[in-house]
Design a binder for this molecule. Sequence first.
Ligand code: NAD
Length: 363
Amino acid sequence: MIKHISVLPGDGIGPEVTNEACRLLETVGAEFGHTFSFTFAHIGGAAIDAAGTPLPEETIAACRASDAVLLGAVGAPQYDRGPASGRPEAGLLGLRKALGVFANLRPITVFPALAKASPLKDEILKNVDFLIVRELTGGLYFGTPRERIETPEGLEVIDTLRYTEHEIERIIRLGYETARTRGRRLTSVDKANVLESSRVWRETVQRLQAEYPDVELNHLLVDNAAMQIVKNPGQFDVMVTENLFGDILSDEGAMITGSIGMLPSASLGNGGPGVYEPVHGSAPDIAGKGVANPLATFLSVALMLRQSLGMAAEADAVERAVNHVLTDGLRTADIADIGQSALGTAEMGDAVRDRLRAAAVKQ
Ligand code: NAD
């Protein structure tokens, strides 16, 4: 199979981890008989430097023409001042909008070898394997008006939480569909005791339930969901929620695993190319040092292989290779125990590719 991947390295450690991910895909191609062609394009601060805008038209065109998009991270401190529309993060939000990827999927699992890195107790970590389905292109992050108004009484500031019923329905439907591919349990998270948008959300979840009688449904208010994620995360299978709640809860879920350097994500729309990226940001504090953990990007590659490229066996092989290096005790600095020696980004990449090749030879 030949597959075209747009690679958007972005800023900070983005180029370091996507470089390793491309090498990983080449190894997957060599072992399984596929060809991956890469088109590199700018996004974020790198795009501002190269083209004066965080999301050049050429980047959107390249992504639209590909089977999937692999993104590193955006964000550079030198652009943190100035209007939001000119910042690196605007590139990411704009890309999601341009590709119509309205759902962000974040698996939360604990690798047994890394259980010690989690701030939670061992007994709480048992059976943690859930997926957060977050709405990505609506709600408070996109609603207008969004402005500061100088009034005689002082500054007034407005953000707007806006959803259409269509936007709510399609993400909830995806939540139900995803639950069907897993443990058939769906937790819908809202704030229906306060917000009108959440009341429409809950009504929609309840209306669609008739179409998914095989999926067990429960509702949680977002504040309770935040508590349950640290109290008993093993109870969840699929959690579906709107943009802002999902942003916060998925980072909370991320911490269960111990390191943000381990977390993959997929952003999917209706049939177009999906965007696959690590959950972490551009990590300016370690950028250029060759120490970033590439495993979140590798696990994002596994999601890409499975969700967008129809390569489930290849995805399993990548995940097994990652698990293998961890059980062999190999660590990057962010997941190493105190005093334990740590591999750099490229060495970790080599180790995963070695395990992948060795496993493919054995099969
Ligand atoms: P961050 O995720 O970049 O870093 C948080 C901490 O985790 C840092 O100490 C960093 O060194 C560490 N870290 C992150 N990824 C790591 C990895 N792969 N290996 C080892 N350590 C890792 O979050 P931040 O510091 O809040 O944000 C930095 C910049 O990234 C900001 O400009 C922010 O806007 C941006 N950001 C971008 C995205 C994205 O592109 N999706 C997401 C979050 C933040």
